[in-house]
Design a binder for this molecule. Structure first.
Ligand code: NDP
Ligand code: MG
Ligand code: MG
Length: 331
């Protein structure tokens, strides 16, 4: 088992007298900047001049500046911009101010691991990655709790990088729940693998394949939607609460038997072979290269597939059925 670190393993005093710039006020940025401030730390939020978030950040009582100004003022620079824009913003607005002994940090290792951002060797480089969306990072902190997080040190120039990393993790509340030490490679590769094979890509295709099979066989799309999409949440909630065993305890015996017998026919050796191939492409940088080039070309593939996916019949029938469920807010 990996070692877990808690509040008593981190010292906020390490950050006293230091200024932290949080670049971005999106999902992670709004949560991390406010948590840090309420932990008694000196925070400035870095944004574009015309950003709609500027007023929101100020309303939350935070100091706000442009990315370049914030980078100039700060000792620790946390980049919480979308991963695909980080390299350009870094080059133009952060690198010029990244002077000796400062720290550059992230919540995801993509740009460092795949060499899109190459910091000078006289700064610290590390990551603190909460294992949850920003709104939960914020909500748990306000409740006096925290979400688990990952920490990793890529470059330790000052000899204090690890202490600073742990203190930052404490500042956003992660050490209240527990923090795991990892590497940029492990964080980046497992994150990409998980979202592609299981959480996003795997689940979306599984839902669609089940829906299409039923509809092709002549069943009503409404029935197919309920069985293959709507009920997924109930199952995932059970898995989330108590693992596969708890979910299987709660479903009918018939469903449980079908799970054991049929599951391995759907996710079979061919699927696993393909997962290994996907992992290889992540490790080799093939996926990263594709995504970087795709962005440089203004995302032709992404846009084409996105449009087609939004027009899928499951999305049409879903929109109608969700109107009958007042507890589901329209997305
Ligand atoms: P969001 O897309 O939610 O937020 C992006 C922020 O960046 C916005 O405030 C946006 O400004 C700002 N921004 C975008 N482009 C620029 C630019 N060119 N110059 C200045 N500011 C800009 O990002 P996330 O919070 O989702 O992701 C941030 C990082 O956190 C990523 O590295 C991601 O991988 C990581 N992460 C995210 C998690 C999540 O749950 N979302 C979980 C763990 C890690 P504006 O407000 O003006 O639009
Ligand atoms: Mg990810
Ligand atoms: Mg059923």
């Amino acid at each position: 088992m990996v070692k877990v670190f808690y509040d008593q393993d981190a010292d906020l005093a390490v950050l006293k007298g230091k200024k932290i710039a949080v670049m971005g006020f999106g999902s992670q940025g709004h949560a991390q900047s406010q948590n840090l401030k309420e932990s008694g730390l000196d925070v400035v939020v870095g944004l574009r001049k015309d950003s709609a978030s500027w007023a929101r950040a100020e309303a939350a009582g935070l100091q706000v500046a442009t990315v370049a100004e914030a980078a100039g003022q700060a000792d620790i620079i946390q980049i919480l911009l979308p991963d695909e824009y980080q390299a350009r913003v870094y080059k133009e607005e952060i690198e010029p101010y990244l002077t000796e002994g400062k720290a550059l940090m992230f919540s995801h290792g993509f740009n460092i691991h795949f060499g899109q951002i190459v910091p000078p060797n006289n700064v610290d480089v590390f990551l603190v990655a909460p294992k949850s969306p920003g709104h939960l990072v914020r909500r748990m902190y306000v409740d006096g709790q925290g979400v688990p997080g990952l920490v990793a040190v890529h470059q330790d120039y000052t000899g204090r990088a690890r202490d600073i990393t742990m203190a930052y993790a404490k500042g956003i509340g992660c050490t209240r729940a527990g923090v795991f030490e990892t590497t940029f490679a492990e964080e980046t590769e497992t994150d990409l693998f998980g979202e592609q094979c299981v959480l996003c890509g795997g689940v979306s295709e599984l839902i669609k394949a089940g829906f299409e099979t039923l509809v092709e066989a002549g069943y009503a799309p409404e029935m197919a939607y309920f069985e293959c999409l709507h009920e997924l949440k109930l199952i995932v909630d059970l898995i989330n609460e108590g693992g596969l065993t708890w979910m299987r305890h709660s479903i009918s015996n018939t469903a449980e038997y079908g799970d054991y017998i049929t599951g391995p026919r759907i996710i079979n050796e061919d699927t696993r072979e393909e997962m290994r191939a996907v992992l290889q492409e992540i490790q080799d940088g093939v996926f990263a290269k594709e995504w970087i080039l795709e962005n440089q070309a203004n995302r032709p593939v992404y846009n084409a597939i996105k449009k087609r996916e939004q027009e899928h019949p499951i999305e049409q029938v879903g929109a109608e059925l969700r109107q009958m469920m007042p507890w589901l807010k329209k997305k």
